[in-house]
Design a protein around this ligand. Structure first.
Ligand code: LAG
Ligand code: CA
Length: 497
């Protein structure tokens, strides 16, 4: 061997929703780096409004007061420490940045930012940025309420208030320069990219100007000249004035049809079946794969906010959820994000969750509780940690192993049993039918005994789960009974015994 082995690819990020910076730093070092995660999406790090009614909802973090790095997740020195420690183990930080708007117009005034910054919502005054009334779109918005009333009118979508949130003028140089300074500060601290919140409500050309003024990534961790990774949150399920494609030249765009359609298939709604997933991708009216940022659920639609409705699968439905995430990670379409949630007292009344606002596990003073990690690697203290579920964690690794390979050897029973390979690197089999599956299939894999990474994992020379024997001709026998604990099987070349 004359060449050192190439750096392993890492292809998925995890949203550690509402985690504290000190917990994320530990998670990078103790878990994410060892298990092939490329990075972490963090909750908005800048100062927000403290909302007392309802009590400390998660969504208060989408109401900025200033760009000071100060939030329930931690202060600037904790933020800096997290970025440094995560980068040092090769796990990158992606920041959820909220710059469409500031806080809501009815928030009043006072030193009620989470770090005591002053604001006056009525006067549109944010001295800690500073922004003043000239930095907002009120004169342009023509709706009677000042809010977005009609999503088929792009002018309203861009220049009126989303949920009553004071709408910033990103077309103005002084607003742009405040946003650019904020993002460059984050880049200089070492972050790798941004989720642009509410991008649909900002003109793509304004985002573009901001992006072109950003610094290169910090050369302490990134190759000289590297640019930030960008994914823009645009909810486009079709039928609205603003379309995802307007944003392609800025970076990736969230594909909200992905989780909605995949949930519909796995739930077998609308007469859908997994066999239909043979054509999964662009032909399902989704954007080009190399533009798409995909996920089964996100922090909004897992609790009925945002879009996607009741078809969205979440940790509340673990069996189907694991299949959905498993399918997403096995399939080459898009750039993938895993959701990592906290528990809340879900209370559905007449189709809506009365507790959709409930914030992260917290103490009576509002501070966020630490993430507890048990010896068996699962989480406690109210944290769900889907990314630590064996099936999901192992499929994150599967995606890295098969990266760049096309789909091969697709098989289905014309119903809800499907299987496919990734050109000699990996193979998956799903059974979402109410009947047993027993098939012998060509896998395209080299002969050998493989460890199924869904029912177990490879530990040294042994497998804690089912073993799959691939014959010299690539054929292998798969059995998944319909009540089986694990409704799918996945094997790949790094889990050969
Ligand atoms: C997003 N993407 O475009 C975030 O993913 C989403 O979580 C944000 O909404 C939204 N854009 C604005 O940044 C969240 C909640 C809203 C919440 C808002 C502001 O989904 O429900 O609105 O953050 O905190 C809340 C109330 C509204 C109220 C508004 C202003 O729920 O009823 O009108 O505050 O007071
Ligand atoms: Ca706007």
């Amino acid at each position: 061997q004359y060449k050192s082995s190439p750096k392993p690819v890492r292809t998925s990020i995890v949203h550690l929703f509402e985690w504290r910076w000190i917990d994320i730093a530990l998670e990078c070092e103790m878990y994410l780096s060892q298990h092939g995660f490329a990075g972490v999406q963090i909750s908005p790090p800048n100062e927000n409004l403290v909302v007392m009614n309802p009590w400390r909802p998660w969504w208060e973090r989408y109401q900025p007061v200033s760009y000071k790095l100060c939030s329930r997740s931690g202060n600037e020195s904790e933020f800096r420490d997290m970025v440094t420690r995560c980068n040092n183990v090769g796990v990158h930080i992606y920041v959820d940045v909220v710059f469409n708007h500031m806080l809501n117009s009815a928030a009043g005034s006072g030193n009620r930012g989470i770090c005591n910054s002053y604001f006056n919502a009525e006067r549109h005054d944010f001295p800690s940025v500073p922004y003043s009334r000239f930095d907002f779109n009120d004169p342009i918005c023509k709706t009677p309420s000042g809010d977005i009333e009609n999503y088929s009118d792009p002018i309203q979508v861009r220049y009126c208030r989303l949920y009553g949130l004071l709408d910033l003028s990103q077309w103005k140089d002084d607003v742009r320069s405040k946003i650019i300074d904020f993002l460059n500060h984050l880049i200089d601290l070492g972050v790798a990219g941004f989720r642009i919140d509410a991008a649909k409500h900002i003109r793509p050309e304004d985002i573009n100007v901001i992006l072109t003024k950003l610094n290169n990534l910090n050369a302490r961790w990134f190759t000289k000249g590297s640019r930030p990774f960008i994914y823009q949150e645009v909810i486009d399920l079709g039928g609205e004035a603003v379309q995802s494609s307007e944003y392609f030249r800025n970076g990736r765009v969230t594909e909200f049809k992905y989780g909605m359609q995949l949930g519909t298939v796995l739930r077998k709604w609308n007469e859908q079946k997994m066999a239909n997933l043979k054509s999964w991708g662009e032909s399902w009216h989704m954007m080009p794969s190399n533009k798409a940022f995909v996920f089964v659920d996100n922090h909004d639609n897992q609790r009925g906010h945002g879009s996607g409705g009741s078809s969205i699968l979440t940790f509340w439905n673990p069996r189907l959820y694991k299949m959905a995430v498993g399918f997403m990670l096995a399939h080459p379409y898009g750039f993938t994000r895993i959701m990592s949630s906290y528990w809340w007292p879900k209370d559905i009344q007449n189709g809506t969750d009365l507790n959709d606002w409930v914030g992260p596990p917290s103490n009576s003073d509002g501070s966020i509780k630490p993430v507890t990690i048990y010896a068996n690697e699962t989480c406690g203290n109210g944290w769900i940690c889907e990314h630590r579920w064996d099936e999901i964690r192992n499929m994150v690794i599967f995606r890295n192993v098969v990266y760049g390979e096309p789909i091969t050897n697709w098989w289905d029973n014309n119903n809800n049993q499907v299987a496919f390979g990734r050109a000699g690197k990996g193979f998956v089999v799903f059974n979402n039918d109410d009947r047993n599956l027993l098939v012998i299939l060509p896998t395209g894999l080299p002969a050998g005994v493989y460890c199924d990474v869904i029912s177990g994992r490879k530990e040294g020379k042994t497998c804690t789960g089912i073993q799959i024997h691939v014959a010299a001709n690539g054929m292998a026998r798969f059995q998944i009974n319909y009540q089986a604990k694990h409704p799918f099987i996945a094997i790949h070349v790094e889990a050969r015994l």
